[in-house]
Design a protein around this ligand. Sequence first.
Ligand code: PLP
Length: 472
Amino acid sequence: MTAPLFDGLLRYVEKNITPFHMPGHKQGKGILRADEIKENLFKIDLTELPDTDNLHNAKGIILEAEERAAKAFGAKKSFFLVNGTTGGIYAMMLATLHPGEKLLIERSCHRSSFSGMILAGANPAYIEPAVDWEDGISVGVTPESVERALLENRDAIAVMVTYPNFYGLCMDIKAIADIVHRYGKILLVDEAHGVHFKFHEDFPITALEAGADMVVQSVHKTLPSFTQSSILHVGSDRINIDRLIFALRLVQTTSPSYLLMSSLDLAREEVEEHPDLMDEVMRLSHLAREKLKDAEDIHVIDEDIIGQYSIVDIDPTKLVVNVKGLHMTGHEAEEILRDRYNIQVELSDMYNILSMITIGDREEDIIKLVDAVKQLKKNKENRVIPITFDYKIPEIIYNPRDASFMHKKKVPIVESVGKIAGDFLIPYPPGIPYVAPGELITTGIAMEIEELVMIGVEVIGYDKGYVTILDI
Ligand SMILES: Cc1ncc(COP(=O)(O)O)c(C=O)c1O
């Protein structure tokens, strides 16, 4: 064996696992023009040539494809991204904030937003998200909490929220956009999981429809494009396009892949020109929910959650099954589905498994998943720990950028009290950073973390009693 990565992938493919995970094309099954891609795979892996345009100075076929995308998504301008939504988030922040400027941001934002703040030198003021403790999920920020944060931080330049969350739960993005604009600020949205919303009337509204100023979407997650291909949209005149283009040039390679860029173009073409495909995704999503309705000891997060925790809508393609009632963790359920049924879900957490339904799925895949979930057997002994805790965002001593570049060391958690964190401490569930780099670790925080670890909660950043602090 001379190519362990490639050969490992081939071995994985041989297992013929039914994928309920990203990318949305599900190993090509969701790509209508897959045969043409296969035939031309090597030939279209090109570089900037007179005929092929240049992503960083688009004037030809790339610009044309981006303009079609802008029209399809309802944006003023759209930009193709070859470094995922991660790169788009960096560019969005760099184009909006000068170093030291304040960003109001959801505490449960994705890691890429923390990285973006490090690059942009932003000063965050965090907005606490609402949490659904029954399902162990951080659901997002409410319009009220956004308004409170705006009142307390008049100097903020912009607000950034995640919509929908990973589990497809949607807060009232329209109300949030209205509030942010009433205070004269810019709304940035990480819509990594909502790129498909535009293509069926029964999906939740899109962030652009709600009035967001800039939005980034991972096309590869829920539509049929290649991993890493994402898109950034500008929704209003509040954005300085020259600054944005400068930022995009900073964060993206000078050799963008034509395979990735053309797969963005193809995904847009496919869903725009074949609306029946999204009808089918909708039908399959509802079929799965219908079939799991009466299953014992599990519950699917469904429309009945609307109205709780300020949730206003859900994405039916994110099939979240809470397996607490089976006395097993979501991680155990994921393992059983993989080992016994050859099914791979997108993720599991302490209480849930999450399967993604996309254009790449067929009815037999859905039936296979549903039947397997229904066959999960209840454990006699209950291994699931009910968790709720209160947390307060700690005092910020250094912003993420300054903290990131300081010297750090690992110390036993008892010795971290009164010191400044050098890394995150994130309990799962619900995945909200308890502490971020640059924040003061208090006695209360250290005690709470130790208690959570003791009852079996996974805490990212806590390693066998040790945590990272700034060495200053
Ligand atoms: C909410 C959220 N934002 C951003 C990202 C980063 O997206 P990408 O993988 O396209 O860079 C992710 C990835 O999982 C995500 O879940």
